[in-house]
Ligand binder design. Structure first.
Ligand SMILES: Cc1cc2nc3c(=O)[nH]c(=O)nc-3n(C[C@H](O)[C@H](O)[C@H](O)COP(=O)(O)OP(=O)(O)OC[C@H]3O[C@@H](n4cnc5c(N)ncnc54)[C@H](O)[C@@H]3O)c2cc1C
Length: 619
């Protein structure tokens, strides 16, 4: 579709994705780069985009250093424990030491914070969480980004990164298209900060048919954060560490405030505390990790999954006690109204009043993220003052491609950042990107018109496939020459579910399944050359699917590489059903060769910087 109009924009810092990390990056880039040209490109509209679109009820990462509630070291210990020992402690510490200042700015910008009337401190929901009236959280941070950027482009999906043609392995910008006008956009930029969120819908969701699209993670998060860097050969880490969430059934309403603030608890269908029933069995798999406090998220899932497999379901959240207190009842409902209104609607439709009926819980399909109780994402440089040599190559949060930075869900190894930590990481990445430009590392970047024109042809090919192929259809929608994005998506989800450890197989996989899954993913990739799109919206769906497919390949490769079950409750390697600290207390790192499409895998050491002075546990 060479007829699409082309727009060129030259800038210094290009932020891809205007969610929490992207708004943080855009804001901070202006602080350090007063004279730089800063552009943010967003697939939706930054006022209501990303995982925080509907609002939040709690900021899940706040140290409270001013009151000595927590110190960054405490947060590193917490994240390390929850991720069964494997995190990048340099990144976690760096985020934690800066996160409070970001939260204080949110308050200055007008975010209503709940406060303890006696102490004046932020009201805590848990050790790390503070409570907010957060319906307008996203518009508030978006305003800061809008005031900072030279230009915000909404409704443009970035599909590819541009590469410098004068120097190997250096980024040169990005390209995409406007989903409303169909115009083609070329952003030639000295640096790119990818902040495009996580990945849902790569595994088959529990909700199919009429409920399809109802997932815990934002359905529009399609793995661009991973696919964009993977496609240009950036290294990725811990991509096997997909996350499974225990949430209220069908609506995926949050449980954090229920557990932490309302002090509700779970039980099986017989009213038993099932978690302790699985203690010995879990200890067999993971050893002493089950004795850690708090119990790692994956291990709590594990007890849930085992109990359900053993016939103890449904698993209930006991709300009927807490909801007798009118204050707690209000908090329980408000928790949904500020964040997941749909859960209240589900309960209404199922005749559940939690004051009298304990609602069911479920475990979700897996998602890929870098900011929650999981740390999949790009392998980035850490900060100069903290990172050991293997973790440092010049600029904080720079990927293994020069000039390409990441933040939020994009960045691997640093779990438990949540909304505030992702925003903070965006700030850190932007500061480093400005320094990279000031150090003259981005001089003489060459991006030829040919590179841009080639991408243009590639991007619009699904429209061409459809226009040509539909002539062969005599009835219905099945074409001999193209597949539709929804058909490709369902095929992808089925492969990931059955071979890579989704809900359909109780999160179980093994080497043979993974090898077969990878074969099927390869063939899917071939067929995606023939995906057809009937309009610009479907063109977006086509590119979302392509990004999901590439992310999925990377997830499957990592899952195959790690020969142990490190996170039971997230997934199981049936052929290596135990945690193996002797061989696998390491981070996994992959690189896909952009020319051949083949992945290579390696182990990287885990340094326990906090408590154990830079001790190399294994390599
Ligand atoms: C259901 C749910 C509940 C949560 N609850 C809490 C909570 O209570 N407290 C808390 O602190 N945190 C919570 N979080 C976590 C928090 O929302 C995330 O950690 C945070 O939003 C991650 O920031 P991000 O910028 O990486 O991704 P996002 O905020 O999701 O932003 C990514 C942005 O990139 C855009 N984008 C994607 N692809 C492209 C592309 N190709 N081109 C252009 N733009 C693109 C998206 O539209 C989006 O705007 C929750 C998350 C979810 C999903």
């Amino acid at each position: 579709m060479a007829k699409a109009k082309t727009h060129y924009e030259d800038c210094d810092i290009l932020v891809v994705g205007g969610g929490m990390a992207g708004t943080g990056a855009t804001f901070e880039a202006r602080h350090w780069g007063r004279d730089l040209k800063i552009v943010c490109v967003e697939k939706a509209n930054i006022d209501r985009s990303g995982a925080v679109a509907q609002g939040l009820y709690a900021i899940n990462c706040y140290m409270g250093m001013q009151w000595d509630e927590n110190q960054p070291e405490d947060h590193v210990r917490y994240a390390r424990n929850d991720l069964m020992g494997l995190v990048r402690e340099d990144l976690g510490y760096d985020m934690a030491r800066h996160v409070d200042s970001a939260v204080h700015m949110f308050e200055e910008w007008g975010l209503p914070m709940m406060k303890d009337e006696k102490t004046g401190r932020y009201l805590r929901e848990g050790k790390w969480q503070i409570m907010i009236h957060g319906e307008s959280y996203k518009p508030i941070v978006a305003e800061a980004a809008k005031k900072s950027a030279d230009k915000i482009y909404n409704r443009i999906m970035i599909t590819h990164l541009l590469m410098d043609e004068s120097k190997e392995n250096r980024v040169g910008g990005a390209v995409g298209f406007n989903m409303r006008t169909g115009d083609y956009h070329v952003f030639r930029s000295k640096t790119v900060i990818v902040a495009a969120g996580g990945a849902s819908h790569i595994f088959k969701p529990r909700a199919v048919g009429e409920g399809m699209g109802r997932t815990w993670y934002a359905p529009w998060s399609n793995g661009s954060a991973y696919a964009l860097p993977i496609a240009v050969g950036a290294k990725m880490t811990q991509m096997e560490n997909r996350i499974v969430l225990t949430r209220f059934k069908d609506g995926y309403g949050p449980v954090g405030a229920y557990f932490l603030h309302l002090k509700t608890y779970t039980q099986n269908a017989n009213g038993e505390n099932y978690e302790k029933k699985w203690y010995d069995q879990t200890k067999e798999i993971v050893g002493e990790y089950i004795d850690h406090h708090p119990v790692p998220t994956c291990l709590r899932n594990h007890a849930f999954i085992e109990e359900t497999k053993a016939g103890g379901g449904p698993i209930y959240m006991v709300t009927t006690e807490a909801f007798q207190d009118p204050h707690l009842e209000t908090v329980g409902w408000e928790n949904f109204l500020g964040m997941t209104v749909g859960q209240a609607v589900v309960w209404a439709s199922q005749n559940i009043d939690p004051k009298y009926t304990n609602p069911e819980l479920t475990t979700s399909e897996p998602y890929v993220m870098g900011s929650h109780a999981t740390c999949s994402g790009a392998w980035v440089s850490g900060p100069e003052d903290l990172s050991p040599p293997e973790y440092f190559w010049g600029y904080n949060r720079m990927l293994t491609v020069d000039g390409l930075f990441g933040a939020g869900d994009t960045v691997g190894g640093s779990a438990h950042k949540f909304s505030s930590g992702s925003f903070t990481e965006g700030r850190l990445a932007a500061k480093a990107a400005v320094k990279y430009i000031e150090d003259q590392k981005a001089e003489n970047i060459k991006v030829t018109d040919k590179q841009c024109e080639d991408f243009k042809e590639t991007i619009y090919k699904p429209l061409e496939n459809y226009t040509v192929g539909r002539n062969e259809i005599t009835g219905g929608t099945v074409s001999p020459s193209y597949i539709l994005p929804i058909q490709g998506l369902q095929r992808l989800q089925k492969i990931m579910d059955e071979y890579v450890g989704g809900v359909g197989v109780n999160y179980m996989t093994n080497e043979n399944l993974l090898k077969r899954g990878l074969e099927l993913l390869d063939w899917l990739q071939e067929d995606l050359e023939n995906v057809g799109a009937e309009d610009y919206h479907q063109l977006m769906r086509a590119w979302e699917l392509k990004h999901r497919a590439l992310t999925s390949q990377c997830v499957a490769e990592h899952t195959l590489f790690r020969k142990e079950t490190r996170w039971p409750g997230y997934y199981y390697r049936g052929d290596h059903l135990k945690l193996d600290d002797e061989n696998w207390h390491v981070l996994t790192v992959s690189r896909r060769d952009p020319k051949t499409g083949k992945f290579t895998m390696e182990k990287a050491p885990v340094y326990h910087i906090i408590d154990e002075e830079k001790k190399k546990v294994a390599s």
